[in-house]
Design a protein. Structure first.
Length: 428
């Protein structure tokens, strides 16, 4: 059986902080540059363990491809050389393959024998490759980690007199040139206002279309939807909430980045990727929280033994899992007749925020910098991280499209009016 030459190891220190490293499968020794990069770029920046794991696995894939296809970027960099376009294209193409397919590659595979799979339509037309491809999102994510690492490694290893920063950045550009987001703006996956309203209507406790039977489950799920819609929480933040995080006397919710999850029995522990913060809640949300905690959650057997806010309503309750959230939104999607999931709701929150602050900025009551800082705090982003600007640009792009269409209609209408007047002036 063909196996990997490298393996990922995840572990926690005594404080409960989780780490991920890349090892040589045969010797068990850590890989030097890869783990140095992971440490300085991810661990020291307190990135979530899921992000670290994705990076480690992407670098493991890069090493697997390098070993099996005869690629040696380290040696190239030390000699002052940059990877050729052919090599970068080869890496990009092979990143479409599943791990199983990568493990089947032989060291003797020549570049001329490589099937070009970055054109997915052609690749899916080939019986050989069709079943061994990953999704476009996975392909792009792999390449982003690999591109970031190779750019960093080039700056570390290439002799200073031969180092050209623009060529280092070009490595990224070449690797990512055939990804979906490099050729077009990432699709804005937010829900429309009418879709959000439909979602709230269907998930309402008293709605006849509500897909759940138990009133306790209805209340819990409606609260989840309301918190996602009105507060813009990440699903990991929501699943990580504890009853103690709700401060009813202050009408606020404490979103806490708790690295010590030793009390969490879930196999897939929710991770808070954002900064800790306190968020004030409106009266309706507070009333809904009070109702859920005191009237429905309290009657679940042994619920007092579970610190987490959202739990399963069963004879043996447990903290609500990602799988339960996935099922909840599948149930909602069936009733709504359109797909809905937690993260697009977060995008929608940002759209509404942009709509809210845009008139204030236009009126001079708030600067763009103040708006970005407010958004960053409410979303839990670090100031200057660029996340707030990304959402602002998405909103501006949609606004530009809307105004462009309005302008087109106006020009078209003007042309029609002119044509009508011209016809009236013709003496038949």
């Amino acid at each position: 059986m063909v196996s990997s030459n490298f393996k990922t190891k995840l572990f926690s220190n005594k404080a409960g902080v989780e780490f991920g490293i890349l090892l040589n499968a045969e010797t068990g020794m850590p890989l030097h540059y890869e783990n140095l990069f992971i440490t300085v770029s991810y661990h020291k920046r307190s990135r979530s363990i899921n992000t670290v794991k994705a990076c480690v696995e992407s670098l493991s894939l890069l090493n697997e491809l390098s070993k099996r296809l005869g690629i040696d970027c380290e040696s190239e960099f030390r000699e002052g050389n940059y990877p050729s376009e052919e090599t970068l294209r080869l890496i990009s193409d092979r990143c479409w393959l599943s791990k199983k397919k990568v493990y089947q590659l032989g060291k003797s595979t020549q570049h001329s024998n490589i099937i070009n799979v970055h054109r997915k339509e052609a690749a899916r037309g080939s019986i050989i490759v069709r079943t061994g491809l990953v999704e476009a999102g996975t392909h792009e994510k792999r390449l982003r980690y690999i591109a970031e690492y190779l750019c960093w490694l080039a700056k570390i290893l290439i002799p200073k007199k031969l180092l050209v920063l623009s060529q280092c950045e070009a490595i990224k550009d070449k690797l990512l040139e055939n990804t979906s987001s490099s050729t077009q703006e990432k699709r804005c996956r937010s829900l429309t206002t009418s879709q959000i309203n439909e979602l709230l209507l269907v998930s309402d406790i008293d709605s006849s279309s509500n897909p759940w039977r138990s009133r306790g489950v209805k209340c819990r799920n409606y609260l989840i939807v309301m918190m996602l819609v009105e507060v813009g929480l990440r699903i990991g933040e929501l699943l990580n909430l504890k009853v103690a995080n709700y401060l009813p006397t202050e009408s606020s919710l404490r979103i806490w980045r708790d690295v010590d999850n030793s009390s969490d029995p879930r196999a897939r522990k929710p991770k808070v990727k954002t900064l800790s913060r306190d968020v004030e809640l409106n009266e309706e949300l507070c009333e809904l929280l009070d109702t859920y905690i005191m009237k429905h959650r309290a009657i679940v057997p042994d619920s007092e033994k579970i610190p987490f806010l959202f739990i399963s309503h069963s004879s043996k309750p447990s903290p609500l899992s990602y799988a339960a959230i996935d099922k909840m939104f599948r149930d909602l999607s069936k009733v709504l007749n359109f797909k809905v999931s937690p993260h697009p709701i977060r995008h929608s929150w940002n759209d509404r925020f942009s709509e809210f602050v845009d008139p204030l900025i236009s009126a001079g009551e708030m600067s763009e910098k103040e708006a970005e800082d407010l958004r960053s705090y409410l979303m839990g982003w670090k100031e200057g991280s660029g996340s707030a600007v990304t959402y602002t640009k998405r909103y501006q792009a949609r606004q530009a499209t809307m105004y462009s269409l309005r302008l087109q209609r106006k020009i078209n209408e003007s042309a029609k009016q002119y044509k009508l007047l011209a016809l009236e002036d013709i003496d038949f």
